[in-house]
Design a protein around this ligand. Structure first.
Ligand code: PLP
Length: 399
């Protein structure tokens, strides 16, 4: 028969997801997966949070009508309170338009579609490096993406001057994607003073800021991690994508939110309408089961408090694994500066290892990092840290 799709190119695959497949296929029992961005507990399992389990039991399975395009009302309320804080002036003034989205990816995707229609032709700046899909999602929506400096390799910190210069040099009204906390893939964030200085520049340049907050609660605390977004939203309009994949451990349920902070309630109403239209044209309405879980937890004081405690448990475990790995590396070599492990935050650490060193660690030791040298610290546990430390030190020594 005639081939309709003979010219279709093979999909190269997502490098991180492919690595995950390679890990699964690796027959070695002592292998360690530090590649994919998934939080696992001390036993290497994706946790089922107790608050979420209780919400599941409470909601059960009843009728499944369509949710509205914008999502579940209680869920959207929960997103706003969590992201902006209960007493935020923009909330009190009803000028935030919030929708339930298909994870953080869906939130960034709808943000890109919305901007393609209402701020077309602008340049999109994303950090160098960033979560790769920032490029993909904005390009799919028709934008050209470019980068601003972010990672200072020599100091394993933020290239703050380079970043500010890029924002100043960009055309007024450009779209700037910022990760406010637990930057993926580097693990380095702006401090408060830097956040304020960047805010001044972004506002002066009238840039359109899209915050992408995928790790709220994994940095310092749920509230402190949102402080940059909250302060920014007091001063200017912005878009905020948030994800519940990590902090609710609900990866496969696709739970996230998109909030657009507007000038007044009337504008927010119209923006909400346009977000609904973007959803309608894409997938019509979000899924209900995960939505109900999040809405139930965030809508109950008791479950919300329990959940906050569980987020804290995940965060402190990652912190202690950073410390433990640093100690083990130090014990093996006093030539390696491990301070980066302790200074970086969240699920990821940019190790500074080269692609070749990463390859050797994988091939020789079955220790899987991403080719960029990104390590997911959530994959560490007491049992595998000694092996990872040894592999790391040997890789460094080979240069
Ligand atoms: N944005 C960033 C910065 C991320 O790191 C991730 C997840 O890896 C996402 C968005 C996607 O989140 P989700 O899995 O909820 O779609």
């Amino acid at each position: 028969t005639e081939s309709l799709f003979g010219q279709v190119e093979a999909f190269a695959g997502d490098p991180i997801l492919s690595l995950n497949d390679a890990f699964k296929a690796d027959p070695r029992t002592e292998k360690v997966n530090l590649s994919i961005g998934v939080y696992t507990d001390e036993k290497g399992r994706i946790p089922v949070l107790r608050a979420v389990k209780t919400a599941y039991e409470r909601t059960g399975f009843a009728e499944r009508p369509y949710l509205p395009m914008e999502g579940h009302a209680g869920y959207r309320e929960g997103v706003q309170k969590l992201v902006f804080g209960d007493g935020h002036p923009a909330r009190a003034e009803k000028r935030i338009a919030t929708i339930q989205t298909l994870g953080g990816t869906g939130a960034v995707g709808i943000a890109a579609d919305f901007l393609a229609k209402h701020a077309p032709g602008r340049t999109v700046l994303v950090s160098d490096p960033t979560w790769e899909n920032h490029h993909g999602l904005f390009q799919r929506a028709g934008f050209t993406t470019t980068t601003y400096p972010y990672w200072d390799r020599a100091n394993r910190s933020v290239d703050f001057d380079g970043m500010v210069k890029a924002f100043e040099a960009a055309e007024n009204g450009s779209i700037v994607v910022l990760q406010p906390v637990c930057h993926n893939p580097t693990g380095v964030d702006l401090d408060e003073r830097q956040q304020e200085a960047v805010t001044d520049v972004l506002i002066a340049k009238r840039h359109i800021v899209v915050f992408d907050m995928a790790y709220q609660g994994f940095g310092t605390s749920l509230d402190e991690d949102a402080a940059f977004v909250r302060r920014y939203a007091r001063r200017a309009s912005c878009l905020v994508a948030n994800s519940f994949s990590k902090n609710f451990s609900l990866y496969g349920e696709r739970c996230g939110g998109l909030s657009v902070v507007c000038r007044d309630a009337d504008e927010a109403e119209r923006v909400l309408g346009q977000l609904k239209l973007a959803v309608r044209r894409s997938y019509s309405s979000p899924p209900m089961t995960g939505g109900l879980l999040v809405a139930t937890v965030l809508g109950s004081d008791e479950l919300r408090a329990q959940w906050a405690g569980e987020v804290e448990t995940m965060r402190t475990r990652m912190d202690s694994m950073r410390k433990l790995l640093a100690e083990h590396i130090r014990a093996l070599s006093n030539e390696i500066d491990v301070s980066f492990l302790l200074n970086q935050r969240g699920m990821f650490s940019y190790t500074g290892l080269s692609a070749q060193q990463v390859d050797t660690m994988r091939e020789r030791d079955g220790v899987y990092l991403v080719g960029s040298g990104r390590m997911c610290v959530a994959g560490l546990n007491e049992a595998n840290v000694p092996k990872v430390a040894k592999s790391f030190v040997e890789a460094q020594a080979r240069g």
